[in-house]
Design a protein around this ligand. Structure first.
Ligand code: ADP
Length: 313
């Protein structure tokens, strides 16, 4: 059976209960919620019953244990999460603005997950896992970049597969070595999952078709384009499938792309046809936006089946 690995930040999110601009005035907060794009991704993979593991580092504190407990209970192998007695678990403070955008205060690079090493149980996971998922947003610190590139190359060299979600935010795009690392990861990628304009960041072109064609010519086997509420599209050398999004009321968009990607990868690894994988991924993305809290949006197979049955046309 295949086993999915990801590497990157595990943190808690603490959210302002009222909308507004940033944190320069006292504001009511709620949290901690388990978070981190790779953590949300792998939680959704585990929740679908697919073998899954994550390599990361947390402090030996409540913020770290909130994550370990959740991931473990959703079926994720957490043996690669190093619990550092001298470290502090990463955190992100988030406040939604009136315009729907978000302001963040991150403590990631200088927290436990700012340094991740592949040794001991983590090194064993790289040997046993058969699929690597890279979150572009995880390439935020030199040791993490090194760990991700090492695992990606190793899993590919063993005959495994690689998926890549750029998941880029302006706040982190200028981290040292990030752009170079993004290019290396793209070179190893089988399944590329950009969202909206991210496609053109990696494949500058005049049209979406041309951008996708150039990626496929460059060695990517399939491109899945996320289109928010409008749904998603799949492209490979011979097929093109687009499906509309499910109709839901958006409460919190955090984690939609991660749950979408996790579900697509899980179905793709199981050999599902692109239309089925896309339908379940759209359902997972839609379910994710209906719940507040980043990782709270992950769904079981039964919940996805229920949404699909409810909106079958
Ligand atoms: P990202 O979070 O990576 O920016 P998107 O915002 O495109 O990605 O969301 C990922 C997927 O989640 C979409 O392709 C879609 O399937 C689903 N999704 C996102 N927002 C909504 C929404 N408001 N209604 C229904 N589905 C949504």
């Amino acid at each position: 059976q295949s086993k999915v690995l990801t590497i990157g930040e595990v943190l808690v999110e603490i959210v302002a209960t009222e909308r507004g601009n940033g944190f320069r005035e006292p504001v009511k907060l709620i949290g901690p919620f388990p978070s981190g794009a790779p953590a949300i991704f792998i939680d959704q993979v585990g929740k679908l019953g697919q073998a899954a593991a994550i390599i990361s580092r947390v402090g030996d504190d409540d913020f770290g244990h909130v994550n370990l407990d959740r991931l473990k209970s959703d079926g994720v192998d957490v043996s690669g999460i190093d619990v550092d007695p001298l470290g502090t678990t990463g955190s992100a403070f988030v406040r939604y603005r009136e315009d729907g955008g978000r302001n963040f205060v991150f403590n990631i690079r200088h927290s436990a997950c700012g340094s991740i090493e592949i040794k001991g149980p983590a090194a064993a996971l790289v040997e046993t896992c058969t699929h690597m998922h890279v979150m572009g947003s995880s390439l935020y610190a030199p040791s993490v970049v090194e760990a991700i590139l090492k695992a990606t190359r190793r899993i590919k060299a063993k005959g495994g597969t690689v998926s890549f979600d750029p998941n880029l935010r302006a706040e982190i795009l200028n981290s040292p070595g990030m752009r170079e690392a993004l290019a290396i990861v793209l070179g190893e990628t089988d399944l590329f999952l950009p969202s909206g304009e991210e496609l053109f960041l990696f494949s500058p072109a005049d049209s979406e078709k041309e951008a996708v064609a150039n990626l496929l010519k460059g060695g990517v086997k399939a491109v899945v384009l996320k289109r928010g509420a409008a749904g998603a599209s799949y492209f490979d050398a011979t097929r093109e499938v687009s499906l509309p999004g499910f109709k839901v009321t958006e409460v919190d968009p955090t984690g939609a792309g991660d749950c979408f990607g996790a579900t697509f990868v899980t179905f793709w690894l199981a050999g599902a046809d692109p239309e089925t994988a896309l339908r379940y991924a759209n359902a997972a993305g839609a379910k994710a936006v209906t719940r507040s809290g980043p990782m709270e949006g992950a769904s079981t197979r039964a919940e996805l089946d229920a949404l699909i049955a409810e909106q079958r046309t």
